[in-house]
Every structure is written in C-alpha cells, then in structure tokens.
Design a protein around this ligand. Structure first.
Ligand code: ASP
Length: 327
C-alpha cells in the first residue's frame, strides 16, 4: 500500500531534552531522527521525512525562527506532504501555534506537539504525543483546520490553546471554547466542523517591536510612559478583569494610543474583554474612547503575536477584523 507522506521537524523543548550526566539539568540534545526512532509504529502509518531545525528551549524561539519554520513547512506541503508535525518546547506553544496559524494558508494540517517529561524520564509523554500528533496530521478530518496543538490525547485549536499548568502532564487547556477533539483508540475525533479562518499575508517587516505589559495593583506608570520613547510600534496591556486599568494608566494609554495601536486584553486567563459594560475611568468603554482596541477572547500573548504580524504587513488598520473572530 502506498503510504501518505508526512514531514516532521524538531525544534527542541523538553521532548528533545535529556541530561548529559546524572544530577545535571536536562537540555535539548535529542534530534528529530532519535525522536522518530522512539516511535517505531510511525513507519506503518506514513512515509516520513524528519529534520532537526533547531535544538532550543522554546523560550528562545523567536518570530524570525518561526518564519523559517513556516517556509520549511510550506515547502514540505509543496513536495506532497499530507501533513506536517513540529515538535517544540511547551512553554511558548500558545504563542508559536497562534503565529503559525495566522500564516498557514494550506489545507493540509500543521500540528504542533511537545512533552511535559523529558526523553529519558519515567513515563515520558513525548513518544505518545508525537504518535498522536502524526495521526492528527494524517487524518482527512484535520484538513482546513489550520494549526492544531496535540498534547496528552487532546487536540486544541491554535487560537484557543493556553498552557495553564507549569509541570503537570495535563498542561494545556482551551478556556471557554474547549478542546477541538480527541485522539481515541488511535482514531482522530473532532467535535465540530472546521470554522472559517482568516490568514494574514507574509510579513514584509520583522523589526517591529510590540510591548506587553500587565496591569497590577498600585503599579506606577514609569514603563508605560517610556513606551513611545523606547521606539515600540505597538502595545498590548494584560488588563484587570474584563480589560481594565487604573486611572493613572488610562491617562498615559490615551497618549500612546494617539501614536501606536494599543490592545487591551484580560489578564484573568479565561473569558472575553468587555465592550460596553463599565464606564469608569480605566474601564473598557473609557479605554475604547481613548483609542485602544479590546482583545475579546484573545489572550494578551496571542494579541501581541497578532499585532506584530499586522504591523509586519502594514495592516494594523484591520486590527478589529482580526480581534472580532470568534476566539
Ligand atoms: N518546559 C518546557 C517544555 O515543556 C521547556 C521549553 O519550553 O522548551 O518543553
């Protein structure tokens, strides 16, 4: 039987980590080829090409690296891959998946996975996650869904998924919207049909800077006041509750929003910002009047990714169109 073609790339992260000597901390050293060898069953599912594109902890990935990963993934599809799987660190999966999802305009699935336990740790979850991710990438039902994150038997949509546990095996959730599907007894099961997607063009610029600041009780305005002076091109605020800041912050945000796009998201970890509920100074209604945009369901980190990409293709005027998609 002619098996489908599948492309896998390793970028690093815990899934690729082991310690050189006992007592030392784990670091990324395990290649894509070795990851593949840990799941012999994969050879019965697909004709696999594997590459090691990087061996980084995911905190050290950046947008430039992701653009080269995206080029590599698109090339694999042009060469006939039915799907693409990327293994990486879980710490920034919620951002990398969103970044790639906004640019992935192929019908073929692009699936991200990782592990919470390192390669040699008892009960390592990397091989099972990789196998599940490959099953998802090969499933016909995964087409036209953009980028998915597969961890611990669950399938998450890129724009919903968040890392909500620091060390637990069940580290990911998709607040409000829930998981997109499950891998059950080797079968890929989705709960809904694919929804409409809005992709962005490839960024022409990559030097734009977007700051992310979190509102906190009694915080001074020193950093905020210096945002323009420091040359930032966009600002995201992780606001209190439904997207609120203090009176002091609201005044400074008004000045900033005259010059660069400002998005207010919620720091709560779940739910949407408000639009028309509160009217006090620093509330969402006040901040919108002052020129800021509300992030809706997009978390602060994903909102920052979106703004960076929009600035990169000079579409910042279309911000509300992208913030107003369902999640
Ligand atoms: N703890 C992380 C992981 O799960 C480390 C990283 O993100 O690289 O992979």
């Amino acid at each position: 039987m002619d098996l489908p073609k599948l492309a896998i790339a390793a970028l690093g992260g815990t899934v690729s980590m082991q310690a050189s000597h006992s007592g030392e901390g784990v670091i990324p050293t395990v290649s894509g080829e070795s990851l593949l060898a840990s799941v012999p069953e994969l050879a019965t599912l697909a004709r696999i090409t594997v590459e090691t594109l990087g061996l980084l902890p995911s905190a050290s990935l950046d947008f430039e690296v992701l653009l080269s990963v995206m080029s590599w993934a698109k090339y694999q599809v042009e060469q006939g891959a039915h799907g693409v799987v990327i293994t990486q660190g879980t710490d920034t999966l919620e951002e990398t998946s969103t970044f790639l999802d906004f640019l992935w305009d192929c019908d073929q699935p692009l699936v991200l996975t990782g592990a919470m336990r390192s390669a040699k740790q008892a009960g390592a979850d990397g091989p099972a996650n990789l196998l599940d991710a490959c099953r998802v990438a090969l499933a016909a039902s995964s087409r036209q869904r953009g980028v998915q994150v597969v961890m611990n038997g669950q399938i998450h949509q890129a724009h919903c998924v968040r890392k909500t546990e620091s060390l637990a095996l069940q580290a990911f959730s998709s607040p409000v919207f829930g998981i997109a599907g499950l891998v059950v007894e080797n079968a890929v099961r989705y709960f809904h049909h694919p929804s409409e997607r809005k992709c962005l063009p490839w960024p022409q610029h990559t030097t734009q800077k977007v700051a992310l600041l979190e509102a906190s009780l009694g915080a001074d305005t020193l950093l905020l006041e210096n945002i323009l002076h420091l040359g930032y091109d966009g600002l995201v605020i992780a606001g209190f509750g439904a997207g609120h800041v203090s009176q002091k912050w609201a005044e400074v945000i008004e000045h900033i929003a005259e010059k660069i796009p400002v998005i207010i998201a919620t720091r709560t970890g779940s739910g949407s910002t408000a639009q028309s509920t509160y009217g006090f100074i620093g509330s969402e209604m006040d901040l919108v009047r002052k020129g800021a945009s509300m992030a809706g369901f997009l978390c602060p980190r994903k909102a920052r990714v979106l703004l960076w990409l929009l600035l990169g293709c000079q579409r910042q005027h279309e911000l509300s169109r992208y913030l107003n998609r369902s999640a």
